[in-house]
Design a protein. Structure first.
Length: 287
């Protein structure tokens, strides 16, 4: 406990003195759960932090769970968060509002709030605020890509994100809704509170594909070749990024694994991609 308090004091001094980025701050290791990052009305949104400890600053990866924008929980990605922590990343698994009556853009605004919250407190958790990345699964893949490309509320640019990894993330809702899978169609309609063709502006705004520009961060887009989110979504997003001069990597694996079910097949590629953008983190203590 004394070590944790002392580390926080040192980090606060670094923040106040403006030297947080340059200083190597010793931070305690471990998992801190149920940290509030935003309140919307009576609802408190929380996140869990997985901090390797040792010297800082380190890159961070914000994890955005799936669940069709209706269900799911930050604890769904506990195993992935622990993997990243063992590799030396600070992992941050977040919740966001679910099953919102009006739907988009509440969810992506929550993700962007989490990015801003973490950036403003980077030194407290041994994070290099210039090396914040995102990894999302399924609906979370959509939100991760959207949060990194869509202007934040009240701003002209998205929050600073260095790289994005999406596993089975929907990237464009018009063609996705046109496919024959009834579950996918009903999920999209629930998220948008409309049929995309009847609410063009909202469906357009919720599609990361249409927000890509030359300042968008590099992305790795992973899909199975026979899953409920067609791999064409990832292929099209990669094409759009590349036409804007932005690095994009495609990982298409055989089978029908979806979202976090892809972890076994694409985790190594995802880590290698993030490290190629932000650098390899210092080894976690004890490794």
């Amino acid at each position: 406990m004394r070590f944790r308090i002392a580390a926080v004091v040192v980090a606060l001094i670094a923040v106040l003195s403006g030297s947080a980025e340059a200083a190597e701050v010793a931070v305690p290791s471990g998992v801190t759960r149920d940290v509030a990052y935003k309140r919307v009305g009576n609802q408190e949104l929380q996140l869990d932090l997985y901090v390797p400890g040792g010297t800082a600053p380190r890159p961070a990866v914000i994890l955005v769970h799936g669940g069709g924008w209706r269900r799911g929980d930050r604890r769904d990605l506990t195993g992935i968060a622990n993997q990243f922590m063992r590799l030396g990343f600070v992992a941050v698994s977040i919740d966001y509002r679910l099953d919102v009556p009006v739907g988009h853009p509440a969810e992506v605004e929550d993700v962007q709030s989490a990015i801003s919250w973490l950036s403003s407190r980077a030194a407290l958790y041994g994070i290099d605020r210039n090396k914040i990345t995102l990894l999302g699964t399924s609906a979370g893949g959509n939100l991760a890509a959207l949060a990194a490309t869509r202007p934040a509320r009240g701003g002209t640019t998205p929050p600073a994100v260095r790289a994005v990894v999406s596993w089975s993330g929907p990237m464009e809702f018009f063609s996705l809704h046109a496919q024959p899978d009834r579950y996918v169609r009903s999920t999209i309609e629930g998220y948008l509170s409309c049929v995309p063709s009847e609410c063009f502006a909202r469906a357009y705004d919720a599609s990361p594909l249409f927000h890509v520009n030359e300042l968008s961060p590099p992305m790795l887009l992973a899909n199975s070749d026979r899953e409920q989110i067609p791999s064409a979504q990832a292929v099209l997003m990669a094409w759009m990024l590349r036409t804007r001069g932005v690095r994009a990597e495609l990982v298409i694996v055989p089978g029908n694994a979806h979202g976090r079910g892809l972890a076994g097949a694409v985790m190594d590629d995802s880590v290698a991609f993030l490290e190629s953008v932000v650098g390899s983190p210092p080894p976690a203590p004890g490794r």
